[in-house]
Write a protein that binds this ligand. Structure first.
Ligand SMILES: [Zn+2]
Ligand SMILES: [Zn+2]
Length: 445
């Protein structure tokens, strides 16, 4: 069958199922769940994939699921991903209990991924493709709540903090050749899509200052003040900012999770969470060394102790040019989006664990603009359901057809021209080498 006929069949099928797809997105929006606790979102993904007659592997990394089609085909395997987790932003008008809210638009990703599955499977188009396809609902993209992830690690429920890291570690990408995912971007200057987004990698840090408690009024000289250490550390970190090179887009940020127990007691324990980001691994490791020196110096000055736990967060995103150009031409030729409404390249300071995959295999990660307001803020609101839920599903399905049609000519071409930065084995070693705990103890006894 002609490729354009296949594409039309798939588009028609997605249109026929529009209501179902939009309802998936809305349901997940109304039931936001934080990392590694995305039970309801996983359930609706399982149900949708099972309704298509597919066999579903459940709870692949605490939560999440996966269904494969065309396992008997010879060609390459493409994974279509949708992220499950919400964020915490209590000031958002739609925030649910505990502040959970989808202000990164992952609900649209899930609708898009499942919509893509509906389009390809229900139309029967997948049978005409010469490659395998995995549909994956993946947990825990947002690098938040380090304490909770450490709890999961301590209880051997996960090995790595990020959902895709964990799935790479568990072997779920061993047989995958390339991957596809999008984020729901914010409309700026009437643009409808960013094709290539560059992002930062980051190291996630858990920091504990240990001192000694004493009566703040009666005998403060007997205490070792952990809050003073944190205060000095923050000043040290801020003093480092102009040592970072602009082209590395280094970002350092922190919060104090626990600042003391009572105001009239010298705090003996203060905990912080921090991130060090950069657009390349070298700059990230370098900035992190400086950051750790800033923490160490604070403990030294006060004669206390600091424990630093470093976790490699995510790596920078490098998407594949050939796959990007296929995606772009589908937007223009089938989805009524004009060339001038597309941004080819955007450099951002955020991070995504799609970056990790992109260092291992060819990937795309476009931004479909269907929201307003900045990511991760109270203003982020989905305003264009057609774009976020439907066009995203269509664009991914069409690109997948391009990759796997005609003996997967395009897909093989992508693979032949791709040079990975890391093999999976090298990548896992990099994580292992840089997930380190440092302790600096300057307490006299
Ligand atoms: Zn996100
Ligand atoms: Zn996000």
């Amino acid at each position: 069958m002609d490729i354009n006929q296949l594409k039309k069949m798939c588009l028609d099928e997605i249109d026929k199922n529009k209501e179902t797809i939009i309802n998936i997105g809305k349901y997940i929006y109304n039931n936001p769940e934080l990392s590694y606790r995305e039970f309801k979102a996983t359930d609706i993904a399982i149900k949708t994939l099972k309704d298509l007659g597919l066999k579903v592997e459940e709870n692949i990394a605490v939560t999440g699921c996966k269904a494969s089609i065309n396992e008997d085909k010879q060609g390459p395997k493409v994974a279509i991903l949708g992220e499950l987790d919400a964020l915490s932003c209590p000031e958002h008008k739609d925030a649910k209990e505990g502040g959970a809210i989808h202000c990164c638009g992952h609900n649209a990703q899930m609708a898009g991924m499942l919509g893509c599955a509906i389009g390809l499977v229900k139309s029967g188009v997948f049978k005409y493709l010469d490659g395998k396809i995995d549909f994956m609902a993946v947990p825990a993209e947002e690098g938040i709540e380090l304490e909770y992830r450490k709890y999961l690690q301590d209880n051997k429920m996960i090995t790595y903090v990020g959902g895709k890291q964990e799935l790479i570690h568990k072997g779920y990408f061993d047989d995958v050749d390339m991957a596809m995912m999008f984020h729901l971007g914010s409309i700026k200057e009437n643009k409808k899509c960013i094709i290539k987004g560059k992002s930062n990698g980051f190291i996630e840090k858990g920091i504990t200052f240990i001192g000694k408690s004493a009566h703040s009024g009666g005998a403060p000289h007997l205490g070792i003040n952990a809050a003073t250490m944190a205060n000095l550390a923050i000043n040290n970190i801020n003093a480092l900012r102009d040592t970072f090179k602009d082209e590395d887009t280094v970002r350092v940020h922190y919060i104090i999770n626990h600042g003391g127990d009572a105001v009239n007691v010298v705090p003996n324990k203060v905990t912080m969470e921090a991130m060090v980001r950069a657009n390349n691994a070298k700059a990230m490791i370098d900035a992190n060394k400086k950051f750790n020196r800033a923490l160490q110096a604070a403990a030294l000055a006060i004669g206390g102790k600091v424990i630093i736990e470093d976790f490699i967060g995510y790596l920078s995103l490098e998407t594949d040019d050939k796959m990007n150009s296929l995606f772009k031409s589908n937007l223009i030729n089938f989805l009524n989006i004009k060339e001038e409404e597309i941004i080819d390249l955007n450099k951002g300071g955020g991070s995504t664990d799609m970056g990790d995959l992109s260092q291992i295999m060819p990937c795309i990660h476009p931004y479909m603009m269907g929201a307003t307001g900045d990511f991760h803020t109270k203003d982020y609101t989905m305003v264009d359901e057609e774009m976020g839920y439907i066009n995203s599903a269509k664009a991914m399905a069409l690109t997948l057809i391009d990759l796997l049609y005609d003996n997967a000519k395009n897909g093989k071409d992508v693979l032949n021209n791709f040079k990975p930065k890391y093999t999976i084995k090298q990548y896992l070693k990099f994580l292992e080498d840089n997930n380190i705990m440092h302790t600096y103890n300057y307490m006299e006894n």
